[in-house]
Design a protein around this ligand. Structure first.
Ligand code: NAP
Length: 247
């Protein structure tokens, strides 16, 4: 039976992906910063481990406790929306620490065992913001776009060892905790000079023509993990698929 480790399982896409792989018969290691036992169905195949992807010690302890892993899903992430000039550089560092360096550190932590076994897959969850430039998301997009380039290059060198690297690109889900999971409020990142520019953008964010469901992402991660062709990108959700097809 195969084992998958997923980061950021306390809510949203990560939680649903953990549910999906449990239902699909996998051993699931669901990781979260503050572990909760009550949000996933009890199962002998489920382990919940603490993990903060911005902490080297936390990563080392979790990888040691996890044992052999067949699939890693780097899903944990935080957002930031606002005018770039008003976004504190300290917050941008935090976004990159989680969305970019956290993914790289987790990837480095699992490569040796996968390389030695000549098997495994790493799935990095980015965003549909990488498929078409969206306004007021410059720093967030940069953090995810870096992982797009990273994963494309990595897929080549890991492919030499029969280890796969994939991208899942979700669209916008108003139903996850993503919009609230930030220490910086959007209102504080829109200076008066940007107010007229931002107003219609926020109005359209509030009435999206298409959105992504948690299950879309879980299914895309499943497809990416099981894909044995050289397909790199898996857009997830109606909005992301439409953007990918338009590109
Ligand atoms: N929702 C969207 O519209 C959207 C669109 C495109 C892409 N995405 C991407 O999809 C992924 C999942 O987002 P979501 O929508 O499911 O949001 P979410 O409900 O906020 O889930 C994000 C998860 O990441 C975890 N996390 C944050 N910082 C962490 C850290 N330092 N170490 C470990 N875990 C950490 C959170 O855990 P805590 O409970 O500890 O905070 C939470 O479990 C993210 O990478 C996000 O960028 C989301």
């Amino acid at each position: 039976m195969q084992t998958i480790l997923i980061t950021g399982c306390s809510s949203g896409y990560g939680l649903e992906t953990a549910r999906h792989f449990l239902a699909g018969g996998w051993n699931v290691i669901a990781t979260m910063r503050a572990p909760r036992q009550d949000i996933l169905p009890p199962s002998e195949r489920l382990r919940i481990l603490p993990l903060d992807v911005t902490s080297e010690d936390s990563i080392a302890a979790t990888i040691k406790a996890a044992g052999p892993i067949d699939a890693l899903v780097n899903n944990a992430g935080i957002g930031v929306v606002g005018a770039f000039e008003a976004t504190p550089i300290a917050h941008i560092r935090k976004v990159f620490e989680t969305n970019t360096l956290g993914v790289m550190a987790m990837t480095q932590a699992v490569i040796p065992q996968m390389r030695e076994r000549r098997a495994g897959v790493i799935v990095n969850v980015t965003s549909s913001a990488t498929l078409a430039a969206m306004p007021l998301a410059a720093a967030y997009t940069a953090s995810k776009q870096a992982i797009e380039g990273f994963t494309g290059s990595l897929a080549h060198e890991l492919g030499y060892f029969n280890v796969r690297a994939k991208l899942v690109e979700p669209g916008y889900a108003p139903t996850t905790r993503f919009a609230h999971n930030t220490s910086v409020k959007v209102e504080d990142l829109i200076p008066q000079a940007y107010a007229d520019f931002a107003a219609p953008i926020f109005a359209s964010f509030a009435r999206p023509a298409m959105t992504t469901r948690e299950s879309d992402v879980a299914e895309a991660v499943w497809a990416a993990v099981h894909d044995t062709d050289c397909r790199l990108r898996f857009p997830a959700g109606a909005d992301a698929v439409a953007l990918a097809n338009a590109g």
